[in-house]
Design a protein around this ligand. Structure first.
Ligand SMILES: [Fe+2]
Ligand SMILES: [Fe+2]
Length: 286
């Protein structure tokens, strides 16, 4: 058995224990009186003008920023699901076919979790919705599925959000148990998606020489900046919906927030290290 098949077999075996995540959440327990993200995971964490606000206002921002996070998840998973479904015809053997089906089932389960959360939470994001960056959506929809750039983008899209989820989970005791459960159910599958994403990216890179890897690094560096800001910087209307007023002002504070940038860099670091080991060196975009 090839190395690739051995890895796929291992990943598939874990995925076989699948349980419907929607049935694993006690939805009525969700409360509006709790934090939905840990305070230091908010875009305005550490900003005096924000930290001086009464706790209910700060908690309310955590609700809206969590919804932003779910919308980011829906966007990324929509791209993964569409490309994975289209790629079913290209599966080279039953193991590969099963790996793709497992990923479809798991990502569909995550997106259904996010939609259900939005339904039960009772908050309306109208007008403050996350707007996916157009060129990343175009790349996600159109880049050839086995191209190194597409494969690297998948690793970034799977791994960076997963690192943020890990930070949230590390403080699960301080947030709503329903939110913690959703994060946990999501993360259970992501380590496998990252492992498979890295495997396929390393295969796609195998044929690329040093110069090609440098060019890929340049292309990816430009996309990465757009990606991390879209993911970690909520739209101005989100701050307004959360009741803070003057969204552009708050967004600017978040953009310049050193605490936020440090968190973004920490979430990026494992992926950037892995990329450097592949000969695709990228300076941190923040
Ligand atoms: Fe997912
Ligand atoms: Fe995933």
């Amino acid at each position: 058995m090839t190395d690739r098949n051995a890895v796929l077999q291992q990943l598939n075996a874990v995925s076989e224990t699948y349980r419907d995540p929607l049935a694993a959440v006690d939805w009525p327990r969700l409360s509006a009186q709790t934090w939905w993200l840990p305070p230091d995971c908010l875009s305005l964490a550490g900003i005096a003008a924000f930290e001086d606000l009464p706790e209910p206002m700060r908690r309310r921002l955590s609700h809206y920023e969590f919804l932003h996070w779910l919308q980011v998840g829906l966007w990324l998973e929509r791209l993964f699901l569409a490309r994975t479904a289209r790629g079913l015809n290209d599966a080279v053997n039953p193991l590969d076919y099963a790996a793709r089906l497992h990923e479809l089932r798991e990502e569909a389960g995550h997106s259904l979790l996010f939609l259900k959360f939005m339904e039960v939470c009772g908050l309306n994001l109208a007008g403050g919705a996350f707007r996916p960056p157009r060129r990343l959506t175009v790349l996600g929809k159109l880049a050839p599925v086995n191209s190194p750039l597409f494969r690297l983008a998948v690793v970034v899209g799977e791994e960076v959000p997963d690192k943020f989820n890990r930070r949230i989970r590390a403080q699960a005791h301080g947030i709503d148990p329903v939110v913690a459960r959703v994060i946990n159910l999501h993360m259970m599958d992501e380590a496998r998606h990252v492992a498979r994403g890295r495997l396929l990216a390393e295969e796609a890179l195998a044929r690329a020489g040093r110069l090609r890897r440098q060019m890929l690094g340049n292309a990816l560096a430009r996309l990465l900046g757009t990606f991390v800001w879209a993911v970690f910087l909520p739209a101005p209307t989100l701050y307004e919906l959360a009741g803070l007023g003057e969204g552009r002002h708050w967004q600017e504070l978040a953009r310049r927030n050193g605490t936020r940038r440090a968190l973004m860099r920490a979430c990026l670091a494992p992926t950037l290290h892995w990329l450097a080991r592949q000969g695709v060196a990228i300076p941190p975009p923040v």
